[in-house]
Design a protein around this ligand. Structure first.
Ligand SMILES: Cc1cc2nc3c(=O)[nH]c(=O)nc-3n(C[C@H](O)[C@H](O)[C@H](O)COP(=O)(O)O)c2cc1C
Length: 197
């Protein structure tokens, strides 16, 4: 049994968010701090009125409410597909499996090749549903809120499916990982910011 002293961890000091002074460095340190929050990875999909498939990688997905059933995702105002997503009559959040790193990269940047070879079916209002996924939540738009350089999109879940026995793809410390990974990424992050590990 280890003593308490052996488990002692230096507590990182609080930092003010002063973005005016050294904006780039302050922003980097804030990003590193935010990256300590582990998330899953999703591909948010929809279909435009003219039938074009939309898809973006998003890790800002979160559950919001059970009654009514609401989820959220934050969409960057800079997305090419931004306006079309906001206008879509439905959208789907496809939660990625560990084996779907390539899809995460592919849908994580603007490209005309996003859908090439991707097997999917049609969900509500034609929103593409990935055939392979950990879970999927089909939503109708519920509300949209200002989120700075993003817009927070709330969706009301109409249908869902999940395979909780499969392994999730995890995003942590700015990289894709598995739940089982033993690499001590926390120490890397602390080192990058000069915090006690
Ligand atoms: C791991 C990861 C997570 C991302 N999360 C988000 C997100 O939550 N919201 C967002 O707007 N963009 C996010 N992006 C960036 C978008 O996926 C990317 O800008 C988008 O695919 C570009 O789509 P466009 O062709 O419509 O511009 C993320 C990218 C990666 C690699």
């Amino acid at each position: 049994m280890k003593s308490t002293a052996e488990h002692a961890v230096a507590v990182a000091p609080l930092e003010e968010v002063v973005l005016a002074e050294d904006a780039a460095e302050a922003r980097r340190r804030l990003c590193v701090a935010l990256a300590t929050f582990a998330t899953g990875v999703t591909i948010v999909t929809a279909r435009t009125h003219d039938g074009t498939k939309l898809g973006v990688t998003a890790n800002s997905f979160n559950s919001v409410s059970l009654s009514p059933p609401l989820i959220l995702v934050s969409l960057a105002r800079t997305l090419f597909s931004f306006e079309e997503f906001l206008r879509a009559p439905a959208f789907a959040v496809n939660v990625l499996r560990l084996e779907q790193r390539e899809l995460c990269h592919r849908f994580g940047r603007a490209s005309p090749e996003k859908w090439s070879g991707v097997r999917c079916t049609e969900g509500l209002h034609g929103a593409p549903l990935l055939e392979e996924r950990l879970a999927v939540f089909e939503c109708t738009p519920y509300a949209q809120y200002d989120g700075g350089d993003h817009v927070i999109v709330l969706g009301r879940v109409a249908r869902f499916a999940a395979n909780p026995n499969l392994e999730p793809l995890v995003y942590y410390g700015g990289a894709l990982r598995s739940l089982a990974e033993r690499h001590r990424v926390g120490e890397d992050l602390a080192f990058m910011c000069g915090w006690g590990g």
